[in-house]
Design a protein around this ligand. Structure first.
Ligand code: IPT
Length: 937
C-alpha cells in the first residue's frame, strides 16, 4: 500500500513537469493558496480550464467517465459541477446518494481522470433545473428562500449537512480533486449578507477548506471585499459572461449583444475568475440546438475566449456547458428548456465531438503549454494596422502574450511590428490569435511567432506544434548561438539566419515538418499545421513521458513503459495513425499495431474503424388505453383529500379549497384530481384554471365524458403584472349529463411541467403553484376534492422520474410489466391517455461506443404529447406544444446494449389522433469507448 502510494506520488510529480497537471489518482494532500495572478497548488501557479458538467443530466454513471475523459482530452484540467438538491431529496429529510446519484463516485472518477472540480452545491443553482435546483417540497417550507429566514435555513442546512461531507473528503487538501467551492449562484438581485456568510461558515464548519468562490451575474462583480467587506464576501469572486445571449434563431447575425466578454477584475488580492463563460446556449425560441451551436460556434469561441484570455488576465475559466446532457424525468425548468439540454455545447447530447470541441482543444493545449500565462500584467501591444491587438507580459520571464483579433467579417492582411520584426499576418473574419514571444520552449528560445502554439513536448528531442488558418502566412523566429541546420522534412518552409535569430517563413497548409539541429541547442522537430491538422493532435502525459497522437478520433489515455506505448483511443473510421512517444511498439485498446518509424521519428501504422451497426425495427408495439380516473365509479378512497385553505404561495387560489399539487406532496409530472358534488341538473359550465409551467396542458372529464382540454398557465416572471387567470379553461356541460340530485364526478388530469426557477430570489416566482388553481361549476356551492400524483419514489430512478398517470402508478412504464394481454397497436388513440409498449433486443458491437437515439417524424404532431420511457427511465417528452425536438438520446447503460429493452410511450391526447411510432437511430459509433454496465432498472 505504502509503495503504491509512493509510486503514485512519483507519477504525480512526473506528470507535474508538463504544464498544469491536474490530479491523477491523487493521493497526496495539497495546499491551495492564491494571489492577484492565480491560484497556487503547493505554491506552484496553476491555470484552471474547466468545463461545466451536470451529472444529473446523464443517468448512466459509467458514461460520466466518457465525458470526463473527453473533457480531459480537450485540454481541460477541471470540471465545474452543480450539485442539485432537488435531484437528491424527494421529500424533507430524505436524501439519496446512490446509483445515478452517487456523487462520491463522480468525484472519484474526476480524480482518476485527472480533473480538478469546482464544486457548486448551491443551495440555489439555477441551471434551467426545476425550481433552480430547489426541491419542490421547499415551496411548502416557510421562510423566504435564498435568505437567512429560519425555515429556509433549517432546510438548506440539512442539504449541506449531506452534501458537504462528500465534497469535503474529495478536496485537494485531502488528496482529492475539489479545488474550489462555489456558494450560491448569481446572488445579486435580492441580497442577504447574513445568508451568504452563513453558507460559507457552514461550509467551513463542514470541513471545506479550499478557497470559496461565488459566480456573480452579468459581467458584474459583487460579494467581494471591495463591493462590501462585511459579511458575505467570498475569497475568489467569479464573474459570469454570456456575450452572445440566447437568441439561437439569430445565430448568423448575432455578435456580442451582451458585451465584450471580458471578465471583470473585481479585486486585487484574488485572481480573475471567469466562473461561467458562455460556451453554448439554451434554446429559448425553439430554434434547435444546432442553431445554438452556431451562435456560439468556432469563430465566437476563438474571438471571445482568446480575447478574454489576454484582455482580462483571467487564470480561471469555466465554460458553460462542456456537455449539456438531458432533462430526463422532470428535472428541467420548462420556461427556458425542453427535454434536451444539449446546449449547443462542444460535446453534443449524444456525446459526439463537434467542431467547437476541437477549438477548445487547440486553446486548452495552448494554455497547458505556457505556464508563464499564470502571472501576467498588461503591456504595450505590438501594432498591426486594421487589426485589434493587446498584450500581457509575465514580469518574471518576460514572456509576451499578444492578442491579434479581427472584429470584421472579412479577412484582414496586415503587418505585425513585434520585437524588431515586421511579420505578415492574415486573419479570417471574426478570427483571433494569441501569439507568444520571449518564451523558453523546451530547450529552445522562441523570439516570436505569428503561428499559434498548440503544444510542446520533449520526446527524444523538443517537439512543438504551431498552427494558423489554412492559406495564411506564418513566421516563427527562434534564437540560436550559431547557425543551426534546418532540414525541411515536408511542406514548404524557407529559413534565414542572422544575428542569432533563425527566421522561418511559410504558408499554413497541411502539416509542414522542420528538423532543426545544432546552433547550440538540442534538436527540435517543428510541426507547422493548420487549424484542422493541429486540432487533430491528441496529447497525453504519462509517467514515461508525453505522447502525441494523430489519426484517432479521441485519445482517452496512454501509458509508456519498457519501450511500449499503449493507447486507449477511439476511432470513427479506419485509417492511419501516427504516434510520437518514447517507444518502439504500439498497442491501441490492447491490440498490437504494426508500425514503421517515419522520418519525423514517429510511429506510423493503421487502425481499424468501428464495426457496422444493425438496429432492430420497432415493430412489435402493443397498445392499451387508460384513465379509469375519469370514470365516476373509480375507487379513489386511497387518494389524498385536498382540503387545505391556505398556502405559502403569493398566488392566491381562485377558489377554495387550495388544489396546488405541491401542498399534497405531489411534486412532479402528471397529477389527477377528482371533484365530487351533487348536481341540480341545470349546470352548464365547468370553469377551471391550472398552472403547469410553459408547455403544459390539462384534460377534463365529467361523469366519464371527455369535455376537452386547455393550455396550462405559465406566469414565469414576477416582473410582469400578475395574470389573475393564467390558465383558464371553460367547458360546456352537455345537456342531460348531470341528472338532478345525483352525485357527479369531475376528473382533471394536469401536467406539472416543472417549477419556475428563483433567479431573482423572489418567492413569488419559485413558490408559484402547479396544478389546479381554481375550479367551479356554475350553481354548485362546493366541490369536495381528492388528488393523486406519483404513487411512490422510484427507488433507483428517484423522485423526479415519474408523475401520477394511472399507467405510471400501475407500473406500465417498467420493463417487467406483463403486457401479454395487450392487443397489437392500432396507433389510433382516443382523447385521454394511451400507452404503447414495445420490447426489442439490441446487440451492439462490444468494445465500441454506439450512441443510439429514438427518432420521431420531423413534422411534430399537434394535439398530443408523448412521454418516453426506456426500461422505466423517463427520457423525454415529444410534441408540438413541448418543443422542436424529434430525436431523443437513449444513454448506453439505460439502453441495455446487449440485451432486451422495453420502450413505453404514454400518449396524452387532447383529441383523438393517430400516432406515428418512433424508430431507433445511430447518432455516432466509434471503436473504443468506456465499459458501460447496465443501469439498474
Ligand atoms: C446563468 C446561470 O448561472 C446558469 O445556472 C444558467 O442558468 C445559465 O445562466 C444559462 O444557461 S445566469 C446568466 C445568463 C445571467
Amino acid at each position: 500500500m505504502k509503495i503504491r502510494r509512493i509510486l503514485l506520488a512519483v507519477v504525480l510529480a512526473l506528470a507535474g513537469l508538463a504544464g498544469f497537471a491536474a490530479p491523477s489518482a491523487a493521493t497526496a494532500a495539497h495546499t491551495v493558496t492564491y494571489n492577484k495572478y492565480s491560484l497556487m497548488l503547493d505554491g506552484r501557479r496553476i491555470l484552471v480550464q474547466a468545463a461545466e458538467f451536470h451529472y444529473f443530466r446523464l443517468p448512466s454513471p459509467d458514461l460520466w467517465r466518457d465525458i470526463l475523459q473527453k473533457e480531459k482530452a480537450a485540454g481541460f484540467n477541471a470540471i465545474s459541477v452543480y450539485f442539485s438538491w432537488a435531484f437528491h431529496s424527494p421529500a424533507p429529510g430524505q436524501y439519496d446518494f446512490t446509483g445515478v446519484r452517487d456523487v462520491d463516485r463522480l468525484l472519484r472518477m474526476a480524480e482518476e481522470t485527472g480533473l480538478w472540480v469546482i464544486a457548486r452545491p448551491g443551495p440555489y443553482i439555477n441551471a434551467e433545473t426545476s425550481g433552480g435546483g430547489f426541491p419542490a417540497w421547499l415551496k411548502t417550507v416557510p421562510g423566504r428562500a435564498r435568505s437567512s429566514d429560519a425555515g429556509y435555513t433549517a432546510a438548506y442546512h440539512d442539504w449541506l449537512a449531506h452534501i458537504n461531507p462528500i465534497i469535503a473528503r474529495h478536496q485537494v487538501t485531502r488528496g482529492g480533486s475539489v479545488l474550489l467551492y462555489n456558494v450560491e449562484n448569481e446572488y445579486a438581485v435580492n441580497t442577504d449578507a447574513v445568508y451568504m456568510q452563513d453558507l460559507q461558515d457552514t461550509a467551513r464548519a463542514g470541513g471545506i477548506d479550499v478557497p470559496i468562490t461565488t459566480n456573480d451575474c452579468c459581467d458584474a462583480g459583487s460579494w467581494s471585499s471591495t463591493w462590501g467587506s462585511g459579511p458575505g464576501a467570498v475569497q475568489i469572486p467569479g464573474v459570469d459572461d454570456y456575450p452572445q445571449s440566447f437568441e439561437c434563431q439569430n445565430a448568423s447575425t448575432t455578435w456580442g449583444p451582451w458585451g465584450a466578454g471580458v471578465t471583470e477584475r473585481v479585486r486585487d488580492d484574488a485572481p480573475v475568475f471567469a466562473a461561467e463563460y458562455q460556451a453554448g446556449s439554451i434554446d429559448l425560441n425553439n430554434a434547435g440546438y444546432e442553431a445554438c451551436r452556431d451562435l456560439t460556434g468556432v469563430q465566437y469561441t476563438k474571438f471571445f475566449q482568446k480575447g478574454n484570455m489576454v484582455l482580462s488576465g483571467a487564470t480561471g475559466f469555466n465554460y458553460y456547458m462542456g456537455f449539456g446532457g438531458t432533462n430526463w424525468g422532470w428535472i428541467g425548468q420548462p420556461n427556458d428548456v425542453y427535454t434536451s439540454y444539449d446546449y449547443g455545447a462542444a460535446i453534443d447530447e449524444s456525446r459526439q465531438l463537434t467542431d467547437k470541441y476541437f477549438e477548445f482543444k487547440r486553446q486548452g493545449y495552448f494554455l497547458q503549454a505556457v505556464p508563464p500565462l499564470t502571472k501576467t500584467d498588461p503591456s504595450t501591444a505590438p501594432v498591426a494596422a486594421g487589426l485589434e491587438t493587446a498584450a500581457r507580459t509575465n514580469p518574471d520571464t518576460g514572456t509576451q502574450f499578444v492578442l491579434v483579433r479581427n472584429g470584421s467579417t472579412e479577412a484582414v492582411s496586415s503587418t505585425l511590428a513585434w520585437n524588431g520584426y515586421s511579420l505578415p499576418v492574415t486573419l479570417p473574419g471574426h478570427d483571433a490569435k494569441v501569439l507568444v514571444g520571449g518564451f523558453d520552449l523546451g530547450g529552445q528560445r522562441l523570439v516570436a511567432s505569428t503561428s499559434e502554439l498548440l503544444t510542446t513536448a520533449f520526446i527524444n528531442r523538443d517537439v512543438a506544434v504551431f498552427y494558423g488558418a489554412e492559406g495564411t502566412p506564418g513566421t516563427t523566429v527562434l534564437r540560436y548561438s550559431n547557425a543551426p541546420t534546418v532540414k525541411v522534412l515536408s511542406g514548404t518552409v524557407s529559413s534565414s539566419y542572422s544575428n542569432g535569430n533563425l527566421r522561418l517563413d511559410y504558408t499554413h497548409s497541411g502539416l509542414a515538418r522542420v528538423l532543426i539541429s545544432g546552433g547550440g541547442h538540442r534538436p527540435m522537430l517543428l510541426l507547422l499545421g493548420t487549424d484542422d491538422t493541429a486540432g487533430s493532435f491528441w496529447r497525453a502525459d504519462t509517467a514515461g513521458g508525453p505522447v502525441l497522437v494523430r489519426g484517432t478520433s479521441l485519445l482517452r489515455s496512454a501509458s509508456v513503459s519498457h519501450g511500449s506505448i499503449a493507447l486507449q483511443a477511439d476511432t470513427s473510421a479506419p485509417g492511419a495513425v501516427e504516434v510520437f512517444g518514447n517507444g518502439r511498439d504500439l498497442t491501441v485498446n490492447g491490440r498490437p499495431i504494426s508500425t514503421r518509424t517515419s522520418p519525423s521519428g514517429s510511429l506510423e501504422g493503421n487502425l481499424p474503424g468501428p464495426r457496422a451497426i444493425s438496429l432492430p425495427a420497432l415493430d412489435g408495439w402493443k397498445q392499451a388505453a387508460e384513465a379509469p380516473e375519469a370514470q365516476p365509479r373509480f375507487d379513489d378512497s386511497r387518494w389524498t383529500v385536498a382540503g387545505k385553505t391556505s398556502s405559502l404561495s403569493t398566488f392566491q387560489p381562485l377558489t377554495q379549497p387550495v388544489l396546488f399539487s405541491d401542498e399534497y406532496g405531489y411534486h412532479a409530472g402528471s397529477v389527477w384530481y377528482r371533484g365530487r358534488f351533487t348536481a341540480t341538473g341545470s349546470e352548464t359550465t365547468v370553469s377551471l384554471n391550472a398552472i403547469t409551467g410553459k408547455r403544459g396542458d390539462y384534460l377534463v372529464w365529467l361523469n366519464g365524458r371527455y369535455l376537452g382540454s386547455a393550455a396550462g398557465g405559465v406566469q414565469a416572471d414576477s416582473d410582469v403584472p400578475a395574470n389573475p387567470s393564467p390558465g383558464a379553461g371553460k367547458f360546456t356541460i352537455p345537456a342531460g349529463l348531470l341528472p338532478a340530485g345525483k352525485p357527479a364526478v369531475l376528473s382533471v388530469l394536469v401536467q406539472n411541467m416543472g417549477n419556475n426557477d428563483d433567479w431573482t430570489a423572489e418567492d413569488s416566482r419559485f413558490r408559484q403553484p402547479r396544478g389546479l388553481v381554481g375550479a367551479a361549476v356554475d350553481g354548485v356551492p362546493a366541490i369536495s376534492w381528492k388528488i393523486q400524483g406519483r404513487a411512490r419514489v422510484d427507488p433507483v430512478r428517484g423522485g423526479l422520474n415519474n408523475g401520477g398517470l394511472f399507467g405510471e402508478r400501475a407500473g406500465w412504464s417498467l420493463p417487467g410489466y406483463r403486457d401479454g394481454s395487450w392487443p397489437s397497436a392500432t396507433f389510433a388513440v382516443p382523447a385521454g391517455v394511451t400507452w404503447l409498449r414495445d420490447d426489442f433486443t439490441v446487440d451492439l458491437p462490444r468494445g465500441q461506443d454506439t450512441s443510439v437515439t429514438l427518432r420521431f417524424g420531423d413534422a411534430i404532431p399537434q394535439g398530443y404529447r408523448t412521454i418516453i420511457y426506456l426500461n422505466g427511465w423517463m427520457l423525454g417528452q415529444y410534441g408540438a406544444a413541448i418543443g422542436p425536438q424529434t430525436s431523443f438520446v437513449l444513454p448506453a447503460g439505460v439502453l441495455r446494449q446487449n440485451g432486451r429493452n422495453t420502450l413505453a410511450l404514454a400518449v396524452i391526447a387532447e383529441q383523438p389522433a393517430t400516432v406515428t411510432p418512433p424508430q431507433l437511430a445511430v447518432a455516432g459509433s466509434q471503436r473504443g469507448g468506456v465499459p458501460v454496465r447496465d443501469v439498474a432498472s
